[in-house]
Design a protein around this ligand. Structure first.
Ligand code: SF4
Ligand code: SF4
Length: 244
């Protein structure tokens, strides 16, 4: 992990980012008493994301060492686009602080709270936190939390991780014995099967279940190849119903 991490030129050359984050010159914008008040609402939802700038060395051996500290997972975000009527799914791997009850490889699952969060808050100092945590600006709008990471920042972050997909895929293969695509299809199958059980049992879905249900309606046949078709139809229908 780097000692001195800060946004790389992709962020610094972006005017909108520079003005949103006050040119990164006023560190007080990253601190706000509302974090103490809300007691880590964001950290209870999910571990924060690492950016490539968090790492000194993104080689296989160095990332393996980081992963073996058991505080990080390889996860994915699935980019979705419709081109000529066809749904295109593009999984992008990245690293995130490990969620509770999740392992080294956690490509597609319900989010759970950050495994590092303690009753006293984050064990890391502000400077040690992954950039994903730093870039979430704590804010309150009247009495409502309005914390935000600028979309442009997330876009650059994903683009930066795209340059390191091969090493992350090799690590998925190393830890699971399977190609990333196969492992992802299995995790999608398992997540959808669990959701389908909850829907059939008429269980009121929790926020984290609704969150994972949302993208399911956009998954294409390739990524759902291993999924039970009845489970898939049920989840897709339910997801569309939730939009109405
Ligand atoms: S960033 Fe926002 S949600 Fe997260 S702990 Fe601070 S106030 Fe709470
Ligand atoms: S590492 Fe710290 S800031 Fe990040 S989610 Fe966990 S508790 Fe929150």
């Amino acid at each position: 992990m780097k000692d001195n991490r800060f946004p790389s030129k992709e962020y610094l050359e972006n005017e909108k980012i520079m003005s949103f984050y006050h040119n990164f010159e006023d560190p007080s914008i990253f601190k706000n008493d509302c974090c103490k008040e809300c007691k880590g609402y964001c950290c209870k939802k999910c571990g924060c994301a690492y950016y490539v700038e968090d790492f000194e060395d993104l080689s296989f051996e160095s990332l393996k060492k980081e992963l073996e500290k058991e505080t990080i997972s390889i996860t994915s975000v699935i980019e979705m686009d419709k081109i000529h009527g066809q749904m295109i799914n593009n999984p992008v791997l990245f690293l995130r602080v490990r969620n509770r009850k999740r392992g080294i490889i956690d490509l597609f699952s319900e989010k759970t709270r950050c495994s590092l969060l303690t009753p006293d808050g984050c064990p890391y100092s502000l400077e040690e936190r992954p950039l994903g945590a730093m870039m979430l600006l704590p804010k309150k709008d009247h009495d409502t939390l309005a914390c935000e990471t600028l979309k442009e920042v997330n876009d650059i972050t994903i683009e930066n991780w795209k340059k390191h997909q091969e090493v992350l895929k090799r690590l998925v293969k190393y830890y699971t014995g399977k190609p990333m695509e196969e492992r992802l299809k299995e995790e999608i199958r398992n997540a959808i099967a669990t959701l389908a059980i909850a829907i059939r049992n008429n269980t009121e879905l929790k926020e984290r279940q609704l969150q994972i249900l949302e993208p399911i309606k956009y998954l294409n046949d390739e990524l759902t190849e291993y999924t039970n078709p009845h489970d898939l139809t049920l989840c897709k229908r339910f997801s569309k119903y939730m939009d109405m």
